[in-house]
Design a protein around this ligand. Structure first.
Ligand SMILES: *Cc1c(COP(=O)(O)O)cnc(C)c1O
Length: 457
């Protein structure tokens, strides 16, 4: 078979900036060993996130120029609305400025103290919005999803037995909604099977609980179904997408992911009463229902992007990119989450740096080492991000110590990815020289964004 190539050519380029190792040493120290403090101009390959970092197509940029900025009833809104209706099959569409704004609206309405939201895995902003309403979020990912080094086709699945058990234990009347996140971002970008979505929706229907999809990476999930689930190999991605949404009562989406937009999101649903409540809140937080916190040009870019992302040449290249990088790392013995997720590669920092105790944040140390070695920026997903303290101020570690390398859509070429693999392998060969870190300053919540650290001698 031939090489799977980037299914685009490049019309406009953006420079990236090279630094020397000496410069990066200084930069890292003045950034307090926290990549969030590094200026993006000092980063060569930026794998901090795949959110809002996509390259838009010439068709999206052309659509941007068609953006109609009328306050009410803009044709740009109707293009957006038609695209979302067509793809999700849901009649009621509410634009928001990004995914978490959609979450804020729906959970303000449905959440309160004594309520529970069950999910395969809630994304961190989703969980934060649920908890902010006073409700509780409960993750019920399947057993395979808990073991990073053991491959399985659908590690993002809901544990169906646990779902039924929790509904019975908590009482259906206390559960306003079940949320299926596709792909499972916090669970390593792992997909959810059609069978699992269907079975989850059946259990929800049995108890009269609405099921929503967190649809940020709907196209990547559909492509995994096509590749891995029996009976879907010959179905077009569009049909698979329509089937996934057919089992849901509604969805939230960040258009900064699988819509190739730099900003945007939406809520879509079937229940007119709920939509009325949502629109009332939308007007006081985001804007009038035909723009919802977005410019007309953003609505146009999203409407085009939602179709482009279902192109199978694109999806094949997209999924192959993370798989290709993962394969190279496995061949060199680098500990990495398996199989590759849709949007990111995850290094297992605990296994990579066994000489660094968890209290010295091996994930953060590894993220810093990748920057120092090759100007690559990733993000720690471990005890700096999720760790808590007990009553004696001892660290309660996270379940896993990972470094996530998220791949922006259509931005980097194969030689960039080859370079990333070389740098990681180079760091792996010198891993014994990497030292742990200690926190010198931290915030009480979401501390990973602003924590300051120093190297331990
Ligand atoms: C990014 C993301 C969100 C939140 O979207 P924003 O546009 O960043 O507010 C919600 N859920 C998942 C699964 C995500 O990946």
């Amino acid at each position: 078979m031939h090489t799977i190539i980037e299914p685009f050519r490049i019309k406009s380029v953006e420079p990236i900036y090279f630094t020397t190792r000496e410069q990066r040493e200084l930069i890292l120290r003045s950034a307090f060993h926290n990549p969030f403090f590094i200026h993006s101009k000092d980063v060569l390959i930026d794998l901090l996130t795949d959110s809002g970092t996509s390259a838009m197509s010439s068709n999206q940029w052309a659509a941007v120029m068609l953006g109609d900025e009328s306050y009410a009833g803009s044709p740009s809104f109707f293009k957006f609305e038609n695209a979302v209706k067509d793809i999700t099959g849901m009649p009621l569409v509410i634009p928001t400025h990004q995914g978490r704004a959609a979450e804020k609206i729906i959970f303000s309405i449905l959440g309160s103290k004594g309520k529970y939201f069950l999910s395969n895995t809630l994304f961190d902003t989703t969980r934060a919005n649920i908890e902010f309403s006073g409700a509780e979020g409960i993750d019920l990912v399947c057993e395979e999803g808990k073991h990073p080094s053991i491959p399985a086709p659908f590690k993002g699945n809901m544990d169906l037995e646990a779902l039924r058990r929790e509904i019975i234990r908590l009482g259906a009347e206390h559960i306003p909604m079940v949320i299926v996140t596709i792909t499972n971002n916090s669970g390593g970008g792992q997909p959810v099977s059609m069978e699992n979505i269907r079975a989850t929706s059946k259990i929800c229907a049995e108890f009269g609980i609405p099921m929503f999809i967190d649809a940020c990476r709907f196209a990547e999930n559909a492509y995994f179904i096509k590749l891995r689930e029996e009976g879907y190999a010959d179905k077009p991605v569009y049909d698979i997408v329509r089937e996934m949404f057919s089992y849901a009562d509604g969805c939230t989406m960040s258009a900064k992911k699988d819509a190739f937009a730099n900003i945007g999101g939406f809520l879509a649903m079937r229940d007119a009463d709920l939509a009325l409540h949502c629109r009332n809140l939308l007007i006081i937080t985001e804007g009038f229902p035909t723009y919802g916190g977005l410019a007309g040009r953003d609505l146009e870019a999203v409407a085009v992007g939602l179709y482009e992302v279902m192109d199978e040449h694109y999806l094949r290249y997209r999924i192959r990119t993370t798989e290709y990088l993962t394969e190279k790392l496995i061949a060199a013995g680098v500990p990495v989450m398996q199989p590759a997720g849709g949007h990111a590669v995850y290094l297992d920092a605990k296994a990579f740096l066994p000489h660094i105790p968890i209290e010295a944040y091996p994930g953060q140390a590894l993220a810093c080492a990748l920057y120092l070695e090759g100007g690559i920026r990733g993000v720690e997903i471990g005890s700096l991000m999720f760790g808590k303290y007990d009553a004696d101020h001892q660290l309660i570690p996270a379940a896993l110590e990972l470094v996530r390398l998220a791949i922006p859509r259509r931005v980097y070429t194969q030689s960039h990815i080859d370079y990333v693999a070389e740098v990681i392998i180079g760091v792996f060969e010198k891993r014994r020289d990497i030292r742990g870190l200690r926190i010198v300053e931290e915030a009480p919540m979401l501390r990973h964004f602003t924590a300051k650290l120093e190297q331990i001698d």
